[in-house]
Design a protein around this ligand. Structure first.
Ligand SMILES: Cc1cc2nc3c(=O)[nH]c(=O)nc-3n(C[C@H](O)[C@H](O)[C@H](O)COP(=O)(O)OP(=O)(O)OC[C@H]3O[C@@H](n4cnc5c(N)ncnc54)[C@H](O)[C@@H]3O)c2cc1C
Length: 305
């Protein structure tokens, strides 16, 4: 056992309210259904438990926080150290007038539906994004001309030393698909300023967004959503991929979606390596044919086999 692995011995870990799982297979957790094992998965019971864990964990234990795994490509060699996954202790939603306060473990869809019920407009775009509020903050998730930062008032995070902080939107610089959270921050709660509107109007917008998505994206496939960011020159990543002739391209069971060619799919038994190699091949072909560079939007983590 290496010195690093020794630090994962149960007796060296702080005693917590939440759950530890050793050797957790990340393919069970990611939307792509690929990824090797994490040495340790920790599901904290709540913010106090998370702070306690971070304050008392072995100092050489690397921490990776994940949400619903809908924007992640975890490599086949797995993740060294501890993966923190926020669960039900981070799923409260409360509403104070037009302010919606949601735990970072809440699913985006749940928050959007709660706003609809309360007659609060703004977060309708979250309805079809299959991640959590934590993931939406980290990625500045967006759709249909809206981004998370447009409605964010403040968010709270725990740093690697286990200390809780609050930052207001004007204190961070969120950009296109980049939340720019402080290094190592684990977001635990966020507040969004919405606008009171007729619930019927909101309902129509929500179902329109869901319908558009169903029509244009392989939402039931094993995917990570948009693979590449749209280049800043105004062109769309999917148009460049199409121009480069990559629609339907395959490596083993990894395929560029026929329906939306900025989505990669695991058709059945693809490994993370196949999916990453396919993405790299797409980047190369797009560069050759269009001269443009595509930047990964999907977060790739872990080690190769
Ligand atoms: C079918 C499909 C459709 C999609 N459509 C869209 C879309 O329209 N718009 C869009 O923006 N995205 C879209 N995505 C991508 C994805 O859903 C979003 O990026 C989402 O915000 C990721 O949230 P998550 O909880 O799944 O995060 P994960 O994928 O688990 O993690 C993504 C990143 O967020 C970090 N993170 C997660 N939780 C926290 C936390 N609590 N604190 C700090 N960091 C954290 C992780 O470390 C990682 O870097 C789509 C994905 C799929 C599969």
């Amino acid at each position: 056992m290496t010195q690093f692995k020794e630090s994962l011995a149960i007796e060296k870990l702080p005693s917590v309210q939440g759950r530890y799982s050793f050797g957790h297979l990340m393919s069970q957790t990611t939307w792509f259904k690929v990824g090797g094992a994490a040495d340790l998965l920790f599901r904290p019971a709540d913010t106090v438990d998370l702070c306690h864990f971070l304050k008392n964990k072995p100092s050489n234990l690397a921490i990776t926080c994940i949400g619903a795994g809908s924007n992640l490509l975890v490599r086949d060699g797995g993740i060294e150290g501890c993966v923190v996954k926020l669960g039900s202790g981070f799923s409260d939603i409360s509403i104070e007038n037009d302010l919606v306060i949601a735990g970072a473990g809440c699913l985006d869809r749940t928050v959007a539906m709660k706003c609809q019920e309360a007659g609060l407009s703004g977060l309708e775009f979250l309805v079809g994004i299959p991640g959590t509020i934590g993931g939406a903050l980290a990625m500045n998730a967006g759709a249909y001309e809206n981004e998370t930062k447009d409605f964010l008032e403040w968010f709270e995070f725990v740093d690697q030393q286990g200390v809780l902080h609050r930052l207001h939107t004007n204190e961070i610089h969120m950009t296109y698909r980049h939340g720019n959270l402080p290094a190592g921050a684990i977001a635990v709660r966020a507040a969004f300023r919405c606008i009171k509107k007729d619930p019927n109007e909101i309902r129509i917008k929500v179902s329109d967004y869901l319908h558009k998505r169903e029509e244009s994206q392989p939402i039931r496939g094993r995917t990570g959503g948009s693979t590449f960011k749209n280049p800043s020159q105004g062109s769309k990543a999917w148009e460049l991929i199409d121009l480069a002739g990559c629609r339907g391209l395959r490596i083993g069971d990894a395929q560029v979606s026929e329906k939306h060619c900025n989505f990669l799919l695991n058709l059945d038994a693809a490994r993370a390596n196949d999916i990453e190699a396919l993405g790299t091949m797409v980047q190369k072909k797009v560069k050759e044919i269009t001269g443009q560079e595509l930047e990964w939007e999907i977060i790739r983590i872990g080690s190769r086999l």
